[in-house]
Design a binder for this molecule. Structure first.
Ligand SMILES: [Zn+2]
Length: 407
């Protein structure tokens, strides 16, 4: 078995589920289990300046092997897997020479990955797929990214004729709970730019993501015995429902795609006296993002005027921004990734991310950081799978990026 697949199967079996309810960093101690294994592998690969800090961040350097003046480049992936699905006791299976038909993940529980639900499966006929046993996620997100980076380094070690500049490697904890960039020391990392290897299907190349904000609304009404509440009761639940009715119905996640942003009511709880609501707001366009935030505030103002005896409090907090504005001034790093994909026979698929990445926040911390594919599908669930051939292509793309940069 190849190093790439052997390491992948080893890594996915180590539980690294993160936990949004934990305040520590890493959010779960178990992330160190894999981090320690990775550090040993980095040592075996002969990397320099290997560090694993108390927050669970790994950094390492492959020094330049020539005297040319080549920009320092970085590759980043994340150690944790999503808490939204079981990541304990992952039991991966390789399907060699996939037939292109429905895949029975678990015959006992009758868990089937069907072409009807996942039509793109048919395009993988003849390839080798790695799937779950239907009881856990796979963890290709993002252990595939880690092993693809390591395999690219191994390839460079075995091919000293490939001249390259300094290469930095960073593996972060807690990406899945939005904290992967929190303690990432951009200065220590020391790269001019980097790529997160954390995307999905073959060819994905992403440098646009949402602008994101979270909204908390607290409404205080007035509870009075319903038998004697005429002209006195103020029902905070109903004000909350009215607030929601003031937001455009067509701008909800279930009705939007591509560059369309949305409002999402993520939580509501209330009684007559008190109601609390939580929303998230998303839009790729900064202008439309601000318009959405303004609509939220003006809707609250309207309700305050309509119900002067109610108290309505709103708190809007920006979460992250679209990295596009940080990538466009260094667009050559997109061109570099695009050309490198084409050079190894991969068709680049540039599309906006309908979410955020650690790379977005790193870009705002001074490390421009687009995202490239790992080859996986259906992240964060039992139908997660990855094509071995796509993983091999990801390795080739990483090597080619490094090679093309030194030209
Ligand atoms: Zn990921």
């Amino acid at each position: 078995m190849s190093f790439l697949i052997e390491k992948f199967l080893e890594y996915v079996k180590v539980d690294t589920t993160s936990n949004a309810n934990s305040a520590s960093c890493p959010s779960t101690e178990i992330q160190f289990d894999l981090a320690n294994i990775i550090v040993k592998d980095l040592e075996l690969l002969g990397l320099k300046d290997i560090s694993l800090d108390e927050n669970g961040y790994i950094m390492a350097t492959l020094p330049s092997n020539c005297n040319e003046n080549i920009p320092t480049i970085g590759f980043i992936a994340h150690i944790d897997t999503a808490p939204s699905f079981n990541g304990t006791s992952v039991n991966p299976r390789i399907i060699e020479n996939y037939s292109g038909e429905d895949i029975v993940l678990n015959s006992k529980d009758n868990i089937i990955m069907s072409l009807k639900d996942f039509p793109e499966l048919s395009s993988y006929a003849g390839q080798n797929l790695i799937v779950t046993d239907g009881t856990t996620l796979l963890g290709a997100d993002d252990k595939a990214g880690i092993v693809e980076i390591l395999t690219a380094i191994k390839y460079l070690n075995e091919h000293p004729e490939i001249k390259h500049g300094t290469i930095k490697i960073g593996f972060t904890p807690d990406e899945e709970i939005g904290r992967g960039a929190n303690h990432f020391d951009v200065e220590k990392f020391g790269a001019e730019f980097a790529y997160t290897v954390d995307g999905g299907e073959l060819g994905e190349l992403e440098y646009e993501n949402f602008n994101a904000a979270s909204v908390k609304v607290k409404i205080t009404g007035r509870n009075i015995h319903p038998g004697s509440s005429k002209n006195k009761m103020i029902n905070s639940i109903l004000i909350g429902m009215e607030l929601n009715s003031l937001l455009p119905v067509d701008q909800r996640p279930e009705y939007t795609e591509h560059y369309e942003g949305f409002f999402l009511l993520t939580d509501i709880k209330g009684d007559v006296e008190h109601t609390e609501m939580e929303y998230i707001i998303r839009d790729h366009s900064m202008e439309k993002f601000n318009t959405k935030k303004n609509l939220m505030t003006s809707s609250i103002e309207f309700l305050e005027n309509k119900y002067p005896d109610a108290r309505i409090k709103i708190e809007i907090k920006d979460s992250y921004y679209n990295m596009k504005e940080k990538i466009e001034p260094v667009y050559h790093i997109i061109e570099l990734a695009k050309k490198s994909m084409e050079d190894v026979g991969v068709v680049p698929k540039i599309k906006p991310i309908r979410g955020g990445t650690d790379g977005a926040r790193l870009s705002f911390k001074g490390l421009p950081c687009p995202n490239i594919f790992t080859g996986g599908h259906n992240f964060h669930g039992k139908f997660e799978y990855i094509s071995v051939q796509s993983m091999e292509k990801a390795v080739q793309v990483i090597v080619k990026i490094i090679q093309n940069l030194s030209k």
